[in-house]
Design a protein around this ligand. Structure first.
Ligand SMILES: C[S@@+](CC[C@H](N)C(=O)[O-])C[C@H]1O[C@@H](n2cnc3c(N)ncnc32)[C@H](O)[C@@H]1O
Length: 288
């Protein structure tokens, strides 16, 4: 049993504690995800511009989205003309991506869109048949990576997952990965409700709890209340591992040893332009 689960329930009621944990397995968050993220067409311009520019500037064409969820980021890239392979561990989330693919199958890019269920911990084996010489870019965005908790207290699964991501990137290709500013959440005990990814006005409330095990921050739990309209609300709980910036950077640099470049952004801006960002975005270029 994971460390944190011995003392605290990290998921919504009814979600299995066994096997590889899918925090979305009850379908609650998946069902309201489209509402939660708001109008896709008006997704924060900063995000779209940052991502598309970064990929184009580096000549990236074939992208692996390892946390596609309902497919929002992947669809944004398909619409921009990229070739996309999308994976996620949650069939409840994937259901929405598959539905969109089917609805738009007459568009060539959507017809070629590959969507598969896979897990970061076994990613290389799960999708070996799709890797070829490696992807031009692998992305894990939207505060997704922090969903992987630290079941052994030594971050070995974080290292395993990022090593799998690295194996999927071709030499000279990019890994784009982000996490919330957990250093700040640890200091203040609260997460900013405003998202840099989504444009939604439907988030009624986010309650943040920080769990300490043996004086070490081990788990950040967010209880979301989403107003679905006509006075209705939907509630779900998601838990995150509170990545410390310095440790995260160190893990990336170690796994991508001999990397050609490493850049860090705060809320999609260069670090000199943002004092205390809500999110950190890391961009590592694999050595050639
Ligand atoms: C916050 S959602 C983000 C989805 C999408 N990128 C977005 O911005 O809407 C995080 C996604 O990561 C997926 N995920 C979490 N742990 C995973 C794992 N170990 N392997 C694969 N996917 C995982 C979840 O199923 C979920 O769909």
């Amino acid at each position: 049993m994971p460390q944190a689960d011995t003392v605290f329930q990290s998921r919504s009621d009814g979600i299995s504690a066994e096997g590889v944990r899918d925090q979305y397995a009850d379908g609650k968050a998946a069902k309201v995800w489209e509402i939660f993220i708001g109008d896709k067409k008006s997704r924060t311009e900063n995000y779209r511009n940052f991502l598309v520019e970064k990929l184009r500037d580096n000549g990236c064409k074939r992208i692996l989205d390892v946390a596609c969820g309902t497919g929002v980021d992947s669809i944004m890239l398909l619409e921009e003309g990229f070739e996309v392979v999308s994976i996620d561990a949650s069939d409840k989330m994937l259901k929405y991506a598959l539905k969109e693919r089917w609805n738009r199958r007459k568009e060539v890019t959507f017809d070629k869109w590959i969507i598969e269920e896979a897990n970061w911990l076994t990613l290389y084996d799960d999708i070996e048949h799709l890797i070829g010489d490696g992807f031009d870019a692998v992305m894990c965005l939207g505060n997704s990576f922090a969903h992987l908790l630290d079941n052994y207290g030594d971050q070995r699964e974080h290292i395993q997952a990022i090593s799998n991501f690295e194996k999927c990137v071709k030499p000279g290709g990019l890994l784009l990965i982000d996490h919330r500013n957990y250093d700040n959440i640890m200091d203040t005990g609260a997460a900013p409700a405003k998202s840099i990814y989504y444009n939604s006005s439907h988030t009624a409330d986010i309650k943040t709890s920080v769990l300490y095990v043996a004086s070490k921050p081990t788990l950040v739990t967010m209880d979301y209340v989403i107003s679905t309209g006509r006075g209705d609300t939907s509630e779900f709980r998601l838990s995150y591992y509170p990545h410390k910036l310095a440790v995260f950077e160190d893990i990336l640099r170690t796994i991508f040893k001999g990397h050609s470049a490493y850049e860090m952004y705060g809320d999609f801006k260069t670090m000199d332009k943002v004092a205390n960002p809500a999110f950190y975005i890391h961009v590592v270029q694999k050595g050639k």
